[in-house]
Write a protein that binds this ligand. Structure first.
Ligand SMILES: Nc1ncnc2c1ncn2[C@@H]1O[C@H](COP(=O)(O)OP(=O)(O)OP(=O)(O)O)[C@@H](O)[C@H]1O
Ligand SMILES: [Mg+2]
Length: 316
């Protein structure tokens, strides 16, 4: 459904998207990454709103640069920022879209998508009076009105409460069951883990991980050890653990056997003069994959050299 080859976007000196290759089938595809990683830029290129500097992208076989009209007819795009007219009713917002797309029998079609998104009873009310979750569902209703093959959703659950997020996910999963490919960005790792078939992690414009959530998690070692400690961490010389980062006094290590690595690891930290407040061993989550693959923030830079050294030792 989506074929991306060497996609690159530069804004002046900044390379926001750096030779990205992706292949998306009939699935829920999640693009994850820190702020400014290039997620929205990719989505906007695929939605034909931005021209790539290099590389190609095809939607259902149509090139987004050479054949934008055809590509556009296959897709819908729900941007990161709300794009509804709050002075119109919910129904009027969707009707406007249906008119723009020249949908035949549009009144019936509009009622149908409002019904699917559970908005029929409030469709005559001004959008100004809608909750965040209702606004998101209205945007989905709008996006569905011309029966797209591919749906681009930029942060569809951002800022919503847990119940509203679940509801949005229920709808997304159901759309996928109906054969619509979903390409979405999110910052919520747990949601990506639960609902996405494939996940790509992007950092500084480059894809740093691409697989099913399950495979990504199993690509890490068996256990994650988190240690809440104070004092200066000077790196670990142990073979049984790999330091994978830390923030706010919490150090994270990957280990094949977390529990058996614990005694020597805590001994090492105590010898460095650190004070250990708490220790936990658990299975890796997508969050751990994320933290392991993306470059840490400036606050964490002191830890990076240790991570690098540990990695080199492992290679030797
Ligand atoms: N029109 C533009 N002109 C100049 N720089 C831009 C433009 N659009 C995006 N950028 C830059 O490109 C980089 C990627 O931005 P993008 O919006 O794609 O990130 P993102 O991954 O969607 O971030 P977020 O998670 O915060 O939404 C950022 O450094 C951003 O400042
Ligand atoms: Mg964005």
């Amino acid at each position: 459904m989506i074929e991306v080859n060497n996609l690159t976007k530069r804004f002046g000196d900044l390379c926001a998207v750096d030779h990205v290759n992706l292949h998306v089938e009939n699935e829920v595809f999640g693009l994850l990454g820190p702020n400014g990683a290039g997620k929205s830029t990719i989505v906007r290129i695929l939605a034909t709103l931005l021209r790539p500097t290099e590389g190609t992208a095809r939607i259902c076989g149509y090139d987004v640069v050479k054949d934008p009209q055809k590509a556009r007819s296959m897709i819908s795009y729900v941007p990161q920022e709300m794009a509804l007219d709050i002075k119109l009713t919910g129904r009027e917002n969707v009707l406007l879209y249906a008119k723009l797309y020249g949908i035949p029998d549009r009144s019936r079609k509009v009622d149908e998508v409002l019904e699917v998104m559970e908005l029929s009873d409030r469709s005559g009310d001004l959008v100004r009076t809608y909750s965040g979750g209702m606004r998101r569902r209205l945007e989905l209703a709008q996006a569905l009105v011309h029966e797209p093959e591919v749906l681009f959703l930029d942060e569809p659950t951002l800022g919503l409460d847990v119940a509203a997020r679940r509801r949005i996910w229920r709808h997304i999963s159901s759309l996928r069951e109906h054969g619509i490919a979903i390409f979405m960005t999110t910052h919520y790792m747990e949601e990506a883990d639960e609902y996405c078939d494939t996940v790509a992690i992007i950092d500084h414009g480059k894809i740093v991980a691409l697989d099913t959530p399950k495979s990504l998690k199993s690509s890490l070692r068996q256990d994650v050890i988190t240690i809440n400690a104070t004092g200066a961490f000077k790196g670990s010389d142990l073979d049984s653990v790999i330091f994978s980062g830390g923030d706010d006094g919490e150090l994270r290590f990957l280990a094949d056997h977390g529990e058996s690595a614990l005694p020597e690891l805590s001994r090492e930290l105590l010898q460095q003069g650190m004070t250990i407040n708490s220790i936990a061993v658990r299975k890796p989550t997508l969050d751990d994959v994320f933290m392991d693959r993306v470059t840490t923030s400036e606050d964490d830079s002191a830890f990076d050299s240790y991570k690098f050294r540990t990695m080199l030792r492992r290679r030797r």
